[in-house]
Design a protein around this ligand. Sequence first.
Ligand SMILES: NC(=O)c1ccc[n+]([C@@H]2O[C@H](COP(=O)([O-])OP(=O)(O)OC[C@H]3O[C@@H](n4cnc5c(N)ncnc54)[C@H](O)[C@@H]3O)[C@@H](O)[C@H]2O)c1
Length: 347
Amino acid sequence: MSIRLAIVGAGYWGPNLVRTALATPAFRLDWLCDLDIERARAVVGPYTTVRPTDSYDAILSDPDVDAVAIATPAATHFDLVRSALEAGKHVLVEKPLTPSAAEGDKLASLALQSGLVLMCDHTYCYTPAVQRIRELICSREIGEVQFIDSVRINLGLVQPDVDVLWDLAPHDLSILDFVLPKEVTPVGVAAHVGDPIGAGRACLAYLSLWLSNGALAHVHVNWLSPTKIRTAVFGGSRRTIVWDDTNPAARLSVHDRGVDTIHAESLPQDQRRQALVSYRVGDTLIPALPEREALMSVMAEFSAAIRERRAPLTDAYAGLRVLRVLEAASRSVDSGGVRVSLSEVNA
Ligand SMILES: NC(=O)c1ccc[n+]([C@@H]2O[C@H](COP(=O)([O-])OP(=O)(O)OC[C@H]3O[C@@H](n4cnc5c(N)ncnc54)[C@H](O)[C@@H]3O)[C@@H](O)[C@H]2O)c1
């Protein structure tokens, strides 16, 4: 039996959900809802069994609908997700889960109590590259994570409702949340932002994250860069992973190059004053990655979680952890860029 699905939001991102849901055998797409019904009609086209509507209530009151996928602006997520869960529907919601951690917390609890799947579309976590990074980190192939440097800059749409931190950093933060071992979590955040064009909101941001194992992570997001750069470096004590998402021939490379430290006590007395670091120059490996569209994997995971009645890989709590870091970052910005402890935000 197919899972009967309705999609809400036919703007920029919604049509991607429509296309991938239609290509996922586990789903049967029944509805596409948008406040602008002409937009919904244009996306489904004339030769389709998918019903366009501007009435969310029509979807929620349709007993055949099992699940709802929401691609509307973040400010609408809380109300739309809550009413879908209250109507007994499973939910896939776009990032960010909600505009505040308090709201995200309520939704996560509601989903848990009602035994429904609430999945956050952290799309990048479903890319073959990020899944391989996770394997390499969690299997300790690269040793202990020592630093992370993530850059996501291009000429992006200046969003009307959110700043660049809340628009782009959820991608980087959800990736960090996904690839790091469970015990390595952010403990402090400092954020510095700029609005050089007078847009009224931050258009570029630099985010420093202190991790519980002593590592430091940095995230740079920017809507104003004429060149598109999407790279991340995951430095480990044994190896370093370089991810360049704009280079399909070698999205990932794993470098057996780095800096080793020599413990002074292991050196003869007369050499102890010499450098305590040594440089390791080894091979670089380019892992073979399958070409698989991340959103197809998102749909597969959503349907599998519904069928197996289990939490999806990127559940509401993953969404909530990202929100807590974003809130701490916004608090840091409001306080002139000071370091904000995550325990202050979680309290
Ligand atoms: N996962 C990703 O990589 C990715 C990429 C882009 C956007 N997004 C997310 O997708 C969401 C939507 O972004 P977008 O760029 O498509 O926005 P958009 O403004 O282009 O489209 C939103 C659509 O939702 C409709 N809408 C708004 N409120 C509604 C309501 N209450 N009921 C029904 N329809 C409603 C609007 O009419 C509009 O057509 C955001 O949360 C954004 O962060 C995710």
